[in-house]
Structures are given as C-alpha cells and as structure tokens.
Design a protein around this ligand. Sequence first.
Ligand SMILES: *Cc1c(COP(=O)(O)O)cnc(C)c1O
Length: 369
Amino acid sequence: MIPVNQPLLDGNEKKYLLECIDTGWISSEGPFVKQFEDGFAARVRRRHGVAVCNGTAALDAAIEALGIGPGDEVILPTFTIISCIIQIVRAGATPVLVDSDPATWNMDTDQIEAKISSRTKAIMVVHTYGLPVDMDPVLDIARRYGLRVIEDAAEMHGQTYKGRPCGSFGDVSTFSFYPNKHVTTGEGGMVLVDDDSLADDCRSLRNLCFQPHKRFVHERLGWNLRMTNMQAALGLAQLERLDEFVARKRHIGARYSAGLADLPSARLPLAGTHYADNIYWVFGLVIDEEKGMDAEDVMKRLASEGVGTRPFFCPMHQQPVLRRMGLFENDRHPVAELMYRQGFYLPSGMALSDGDIDRTIEAVWKVLG
Ligand SMILES: *Cc1c(COP(=O)(O)O)cnc(C)c1O
C-alpha cells in the first residue's frame, strides 16, 4: 500500500534528539524550544513564536488570547478541520460560516462582508490544501470593520501570499507540526504574533497561567500546552530543510498534475493564482458528480489498487456534534458540501517516491479514466 503520508526524518533529527538525551534536557525548559520558536518566527517574519503541543492547541490559545467569548461572533470557512471551531464554541462565542470557492477550495472571501454583524469580533482564515486564502480583501474588510484576523497556516509552511510569508497575516497566526505537515515535530504547533502583550498572554495561557512572582496564584485559567525539548529538536532539524521540503512537494504536485491533466472526470488543484503558486500540501481531486461515483467509492477502488487516500474535510455545518447544539440549522454551503461528497486526496507525503507517484497516477486512470 502506498501510504497517504510519510515524513522525511533523515537530516539532523537524530543528532538533536540524542543531544536531548545526552544532556538530560527533555522538558519544555530545554534550549531547543526557544531556538525553534525564534527560527520559525524569523522564517515567517513575526516578532514572537510560542511553541505549543499541537496545532489545535495553538488555535485554542489564539481564541482565548484575543478575548473571544460569549456574545462574540467569529466568521470562518465551513470547509475546515474541527480544530478551528472547538474553542470558539467552548468559549461561548458563535461561529458564523462561509462557503468555499470552487476553484481554490479556500473560503469565498466575497461572502464575508454580508456575514458581519455588530457582534462580529474576528475573521478566521484557513489556508487550505496548498493555496492561500486571498488575503487582501480579508485584510481590507477587517480594517474597515475593526475586526481581528486569526490565520490558520497549518498547511502553509513555506508558502507565500504575494511574496509575503503565510503566517505573517493574522493578529494571531497558527501552525501545526503534525507528521503530515511540511515541518513536523511528531505532535506540535506554534502561535505567531507581533504584539508583545499578546505574546505574553499566549505564553501564559500555554503554561497554566503561572505568575512570574506568585507561581501558584492564578488570575486566569490556562492550559498546559507546552512543547517538549524533544519535539523542538525534531522541529529545528526539519526547519533547516523547509525550502527543500517545499520544492519536494511542488515536484510531487507537478508530477501528479502532468500525469492526471487529461483525466476527464475530476477537478485537480489549481497550479496557482495571481497571488501564489500551489504548494501542494496535499494533492486533492474532486470527482465530477456526472461520473456517478462519490469520493468514498473511488477511495475504496484505489485502496484495492494499493493506493492510500484521505477524504476531504466534512464541513462544520454538517457536523453532528455542532448541529445537536442547535448550530447551523439553516446553513447551506453547496460548494463545501460537494467538496466533501466528491473530494479526497492522494498520497502526498514528503517521502513519496516518483515511482509511487507514477503507480498512483496509473491507478487513478484505471479507476476514473
Ligand atoms: C493539521 C491542522 C490543524 C490541527 O493541527 P493538530 O496539530 O493536528 O492539532 C489545524 N488546522 C489545519 C488547517 C490543519 O491542517
């Protein structure tokens, strides 16, 4: 079976990990954490990086640090991972959803302004699968209405929007370092901000809101979201190779695109837009409904050809857990609904060989050609 994801860990990962063991620095107090934070923040041109235990935790901290709570509304795409919405809901705020753009698979920025109310506090953008959200209209709306921007850049390590790094656009921006992300720490995440006091808040929230002078006296409820020195060791070694990783993903994307360009029955990822070239975090396909097969059918057939796949996101307005809470009763987002029914992605991991790509292309032709 060709795995849907496999990381590449053959740089300095082992060396730095051994250093953790040899020195005894394994907790979040170890020196790699700060080095990884500084290195990653510099890469996305932010003043502060706050390493946390995963990308979901980074989003939780972002929502809490911005003071989003009861009565507030946050506008976000329906087509995303549950991580984006959990803390909005838990904090007692109201998520307000927008549909996707069928060409880029990102949130349709034309739908944002109509969703703004007197309670809107923030817009959360989620760069999805390989192309960034069109940021200029989002930033313009945010400025005009005085809204905060949260940027989930989990899938965009090394990507740029009009030449500026993804992860540099939000009042708070977040990354994940799960093993299917360009840079992995096994589990891990980071919050990126420029504002000093927001950075202090995020650091405090990460560390149980211990106080510097009265450690065990708490003015606020935080979490333990700390990243270990071992995770940061991996991250540092991975970060050294980010350019190589981005080039590798673009190579995978180009090879799939060439091999599948003439496929009659599926939409492929756009190679680029006027503001960015695709970074192909994953290589997705959206099957035409006229084909009479949905993503599940095709994924099953590909599995029997030895090709691993993963379904596209299930939109937030179709999540049973959220609907049971009374959310999104009247929401319809036809583009995201179709992407969920008809979309999935092919093996896209860093360790994927050209031979595996070619075998996958052959299997896709066999199933869909
Ligand atoms: C992976 C991912 C997350 C969650 O990150 P974890 O580290 O798995 O918690 C959040 N948002 C997006 C867009 C992601 O791709």
